[in-house]
Write a protein that binds this ligand. Structure first.
Ligand code: 3HC
Ligand code: NAI
Length: 695
């Protein structure tokens, strides 16, 4: 791209306009253009330089696609130094999002002005790295050490007004970046303002770094980038500017080489790719303004809340006036939470609960809605009855969706005369909070119905993943396999508490047994009962989870499950009855328990997860490995910095995993059958990511 940076000389001011849509990422052409522009301005006899971005934003950061590629000169640190060292007065005018390398370019300029809507930040830690072009040395010189630690270690973005207060900006003004930048630059020239390089400012005052580091480590929960970012900012207080830059580089390169960087960047691009399906190119979604929700229990109320908050009108259908009242109470409770957190105003709360929401016990109320989501009891007969009623009452072209967790969407669709309009929209609990939506495409679902499912997800701010029909779709199917693996490890000698701890240490938000307590143990119990009749004889089926349920322990909702919540604590303490139940189960099966290391627990658990995920991709239930990765990240608390199970598998080595699976198979041939896709990839020396690239 020859003119990624436009150049124009207007009086005494050389104007450098970045033209690299969509976000003016600082790729090689932009970097070269900036250096050339700075030099040319000096040659042309300009007195000042104005830098701004064309289109929707100032530079939104380094070009992430270049990470891992052979470095191309000039690098961003050199560009920033070059800008700062210019003998001319350099001004940056910011709009949109000045992020990462973008803010670093701005801080290398001598003055900074922004429009009121601009936002600035150093989000690099979220990509597994740290600001690598002087940001960790320049920001604390502008804001002081504490504010800089806050921004750099969390990636927090700040609005223009706060940035002005913090000293990051010199002025905020309404207008276009070019116009406000020119006016400000001229004013600076007229007033005889001098160059003001941040590198010449005094080093920030030190704080109690030991205590501050402890706090950062605690929040980082195993993620390396916030810790290295902290150490780089600390260097700003302790070392001269140039030495601080060298320390920043060293800490930056360490992160660049880490698996966590690979995982987080995989997550960045995958969360954008997941909703882009080749089959939906050019397919227009159907009209979507009013929706119906059937069943106002946990899920229905959450879905209705999410829909209301995204601007949709909602008609809720319940069975009885009393159930309708209870549903209203749940939705209002959810919206009250949004009100308390400042997400909506009192006036919006009133409008949402009175005008946008109506609750009925009559199917007729659904005759005009564009889409209906059924969230009634998980029972095929009940669902079929509901869909027959919907078929009779809904307008032609209305999308009929089910929120079922496990049931066959094809069978539900067959209960209607319009299976092409039927789809699964599988939300996660609590539906107004959790980001994941599985869009379950049945055999006869029409493409524009799929597009409508994705459009609804986008409107609600969800990460939508396409899934095919099978027991549990993508997420719950993989979950039941790794849960089974965890149950087997318990039979063989591990405890639920050791397993939970090992997996939290691996980076999961919660361990599988704490999660089960939260979701309700009765759900898994019902699934086990449903599958009992068709279960393969070779399957190892533990009985201790059933014993727990038979004694009325369904987890948090009953106060006891794997943990005891008697003290009203959310975390609970180990339930002392569980080891007795497990011992009885082991005795019944004649198992002598053995010790497990945390490492072995993680290895087996992850091997089970990857193996089932490979099957899910191999069977086409998930189209691409990245679809599985995003499902686990956004619905199952998988650590983002590991990228997802299949990214983790690539980084860990597929051959080693396959070998381990084959070794485990010597104990349990039925459970540890290697997935054909995993075997194929190993045989071909390819990775899951290769499949993402081909898709
Ligand atoms: N590099 C390369 N591509 C980028 C990019 C970047 N820094 N930022 C965004 N893009 C791409 C996206 O992948 C997307 O591509 P697609 O259309 O092909 O999917 C396109 O630009 C538009 O992005 P979004 O869909 O995310 O657009 P939004 O308007 O929703 O968000 C944004 C805009 C807030 C700028 C958001 O894209 C964002 O947060 N980008 C990343 C910002 C960032 O992390 N910057 C720091 C980079 S690291 C760095 O600077 C290192 C330095 O310290 C040395
Ligand atoms: P729930 O028991 O909390 O709520 C079900 C609601 O449906 C009740 O309020 C009931 O009165 C109503 N209902 C039942 N039959 C009805 C009918 N014929 N017409 C109108 N209303 C009717 O159940 P929950 O947990 O909300 O689950 C609902 C569905 O969502 C199930 O299919 C479940 O598998 C699925 N799901 C549940 C998740 C969870 O974590 N609870 C997660 C994702 C999906």
């Amino acid at each position: 791209m020859p003119d990624a940076i436009g150049y124009e000389l207007l009086g005494d001011i050389a104007i450098l306009e970045s033209r690299n849509p969509p976000v003016n990422a600082l790729g090689i052409d932009v970097r070269k253009g900036l250096v050339d522009g700075i030099d040319r301005a000096a040659r042309d006899g300009a007195k000042a330089i104005l830098i701004y971005g064309a289109g929707r934003t100032y530079f939104a950061g380094a070009d992430i696609r270049e990470f891992g590629m052979k470095p191309m000169e000039p690098g961003l640190p050199e560009v920033c130094d070059h800008i700062e060292a210019s003998p001319l007065l350099v001004v940056s005018a910011l709009h949109g999002t000045a992020l990462g390398g973008g803010l670093e370019v701005a801080m290398s300029s001598h003055y900074r002005i922004a429009v009121p809507s601009a936002r600035v930040g150093l989000p690099e830690v979220g990509l597994g790295i740290l600001p690598g072009a002087g940001g960790t040395q320049r920001l604390p010189r502008l804001t002081g050490i504490e504010a800089a630690i806050g921004m750099v270690t969390t990636g927090r973005q700040v609005g223009a007004a706060e940035a002005l207060d913090l000293g990051i900006l010199d002025r905020v003004a309404e207008g276009e970046p070019r116009q406000i930048g020119l006016t400000y630059t001229q004013e600076l020239l007229d007033s005889g303002a001098q160059r003001r390089p941040v590198c010449d400012m005094p080093a920030p005052a030190a704080i109690d770094f030991q205590a501050a580091l402890g706090a950062v480590q605690g929040k980082a929960r195993g993620q390396l980038s916030p810790v290295n970012a902290f150490l780089a900012v600390q260097a700003a207080a302790e070392l001269p500017f140039r030495d601080g830059l060298a320390r920043e580089r060293e800490l930056f390169m360490e992160l660049m080489a880490s698996d966590q960087r690979h995982g987080l960047i995989h997550a960045f691009f995958s969360e954008r790719a997941v909703g882009k399906l080749p089959e939906l190119k050019g397919v227009e979604p159907r009209e979507l303004s009013a929706i119906g929700v059937i069943g106002g229990g946990t899920m229905g109320a959450g879905i209705a809340t999410a829909a209301l908050l995204s601007g949709l009108n909602v008609t809720m259908l319940e069975m009885t006036p009393a159930a309708a009242e209870a549903a209203r109470g749940r939705i209002e409770g959810n919206l009250n939470g949004a009100l308390k957190r400042g997400k909506i105003s009192q006036a919006q709360f009133e409008a949402l609960t009175t005008q946008a929401l109506s609750i009925s016990t009559e199917y007729d109320a659904l005759k005009d809605v564009d889409l209906v989501i059924e969230a009634v009891f998980e029972d095929m007969d009940v669902k079929k009855t509901v869909f027959k009623r919907l078929d009779a009452v809904c307008k032609p072209g209305a999308v009929l969706a089910t929120n079922t967790s496990y049931l066959d969407v094809n069978e539900i669709a067959a209960a209607t005369s319009r299976p092409q309009d039927v789809i699964g929209l599988h939300f996660f609990s609590p539906a107004h909070v959790m980001k994941l939506l599985e869009v379950v495409v049945a055999d006869k679902t029409a493409p524009d119905v799929v597009a409508t499912g994705f459009a609804l997800g986008k409107k609600m701010g969800k990460i939508s993943v396409r899934a095919g029909v099978c027991d549990g779709f993508i997420g719950n199917r993989i979950l039941s396999t790794y849960r089974t693996c965890a149950d087997h490890m318990i039979l063989d000698g591990a405890s639920p508490y050791q397993i939970d701890k090992a997996l939290v240490d691996f980076g999961f938000a919660m361990g599988p047994f704490a999660v089960a307590d939260l979701a309700g143990l009765d759900i898994g119990w019902a699934v086990r009962k449903r599958l009992a009749a068709t279960r393969d004889k070779r399957e190892r089926v533990p009985s201790f989870p059933d014993t727990l349920c038979e004694q009325g322990n369904f987890g948090q909702k009953t106060g006891k499950g794997y943990y005891d919540y008697a003290a009203g604590l959310r975390a609970g303490v180990p339930n002392p009855d569980v080891p007795t139940m497990v011992d009885a189960n082991r005795a019944e099966l004649g198992i002598t328990p053995r010790d497990f290391t945390d490492k072995e627990i993680v290895r087996r658990y992850m091997a089970a997860m990857v193996n089932e995920a490979a099957r899910v991709v191999g069977e086409g239930i998930a189209r691409r490995p990245l679809d599985v990765d995003m499902t686990l990240l956004f619905g199952y608390g998988f650590p983002r910095y590991r990228g997802g199970p299949l990214k983790w598998a690539d980084l860990t080595g597929l051959e080693g995993l396959l070998n381990d699976i084959k070794t485990y198979a010597s104990e349990d041939e039925y459970f540890w059958q290697p997935a054909p896709l995993l075997q194929q990839l190993v045989a071909q020396g390819r990775s899951f990511d290769d499949l993402n690239k081909e898709a």
